[in-house]
Design a protein around this ligand. Structure first.
Ligand code: GSH
Length: 233
């Protein structure tokens, strides 16, 4: 049996982490039975210091893409079997744009904008004893600020980050076009990733430029609904 380690539902979505939502969607796509284990708090979130990770019959696999590879190898699956070589390349590029670029803009808007931080990530630490809670919140926010600076996006102004992130959202809408899925008529691996990121972008809990820009694309709004009902009903 596979156990997926998650953060648990938050902000009206299955998980605050798009990577966890991606892993959930991959597992749904695989058709394999799985259970979830929700993070109970503390500092140790997983073997690589990040979630998601799975434990599959005693084997631990950390990182959503490595989870994909594990499922494909161990269970003889190919999430992209119906794609042409060109589609495989394009959907991989779409997936990595979401994960290695759009993700950091989403982190910026949730963690660095006071209003969003206070009603969002700050609540992750609600179980921390009240006396040290403000310190832990400030420490984790500062850690995230340093991570964004090291990655590079955090060096830009908010309007520059907005410009870059909106270009990602537009690109998602342009590549999707009139198709139901990035995989065409049926979902592929990249739909687990892009689906999770589009869902996170249209999260109404946060006031972000990603929300406004996503809502300006009718096909992305319809796609988000499709993702919700296919993977997270
Ligand atoms: N490349 C990883 C990224 C996973 C990731 O960044 N997870 C974040 C949540 S979105 C995390 O666990 N952060 C905890 C931390 O950094 O302390 C994947 O694809 O799974």
């Amino acid at each position: 049996m596979i156990t997926l380690h998650t953060f648990g539902p938050a902000f009206g979505q299955p998980d605050p982490s798009p990577f966890v939502m991606k892993a959930m969607a991959l597992l749904k796509l695989s058709g394999l039975p799985f259970t979830t284990d929700v993070f109970a708090g503390g500092t140790h979130v997983g073997p690589k210091g990040k979630r998601p990770f799975i434990v599959d019959d005693g084997v631990t696999v950390s990182d959503s893409t490595l989870i994909r590879f594990h499922l494909e190898q161990k269970y003889g699956l190919d999430f992209d079997a119906h794609l042409t070589p060109q589609q495989k390349g394009v959907t991989w590029a779409v997936e990595k744009m979401c994960e290695e670029h759009l993700y950091f803009a989403a982190v910026y808007f949730r963690w660095m904008v006071d209003e969003n931080f206070n009603k969002g990530p700050a609540t992750f630490f609600n179980k921390v004893p009240a006396l040290v809670r403000p310190l832990i919140r400030a420490f984790m926010r500062n850690k995230t600020r340093k991570m964004l600076h090291a990655q590079g996006l955090g060096r830009h102004t908010e309007s520059e980050i907005t410009q870059l992130a909106c270009r990602d959202i537009d690109a998602l809408a342009q590549v999707l076009g009139d198709d139901d899925w990035f995989g065409g008529a049926s979902p592929c691996a990249a739909d687990a990733s892009a689906g999770a990121f589009v869902l996170a972008s249209v999260c109404e809990h946060f006031d972000t430029p990603l929300l406004a820009r996503s809502k300006s694309h009718k096909n992305l709004v319809a796609y988000a609904r499709r993702v919700q009902s296919r993977f997270f009903a």
